[in-house]
Design a protein around this ligand. Structure first.
Ligand SMILES: [Zn+2]
Length: 143
């Protein structure tokens, strides 16, 4: 079993503007049960774009996907992975939750309890100008 604090450096380039940056990711965020793991690159990490990277179990980049709409601009406060100490899964999650997709099996427990993710959803409801359209229309005059 690999130590969970092990990390890999990936050279990721933006599919939109081609900006390139080395991003260090813990190996444990790769979902071993799936062929591909989706890594979400938030706005401001590499460039001004938000996109997703698909990587396989060997940390080979297999594809990109542009994200056209972002619920909320994620603020990047943490700059780099602290390599000198062992991190628990929880700590890795806290550090890298922005990158971890909602359906990542390894972090499912944290994802389901993560108020930051839920907050994004709530913000979306508040800021969504079409929000009221989702309320089912009840036709009272139907005979
Ligand atoms: Zn870009």
């Amino acid at each position: 079993m690999e130590p969970i604090h092990e990390s890999k450096s990936l050279s990721i380039s933006c599919p939109i503007c081609r900006s390139k940056k080395i991003i260090k990711l813990p190996t444990s965020i790769v979902d071993k049960s799936k062929q591909l793991t989706t890594i979400s690159i938030p706005k401001g990490k590499i460039c001004k774009h938000h996109f997703q990277v698909f990587i396989d179990k060997n940390f080979i980049i297999r594809g990109f996907q542009k994200v056209d709409y972002e619920l909320k601009e994620i603020q990047s406060t943490k700059q780099k992975l602290q390599n000198h100490k062992e991190m628990t899964l929880k700590e890795i999650y806290d550090e890298f939750w922005e990158y971890i997709s909602d359906d990542n099996e390894a972090f499912r427990e944290f994802i389901s309890k993560d108020i930051r993710r839920k907050k994004n959803l709530n913000d979306d409801e508040i800021h969504n100008p079409y929000g009221t359209d989702f309320i089912p229309h009840v036709c009272k005059n139907l005979e």
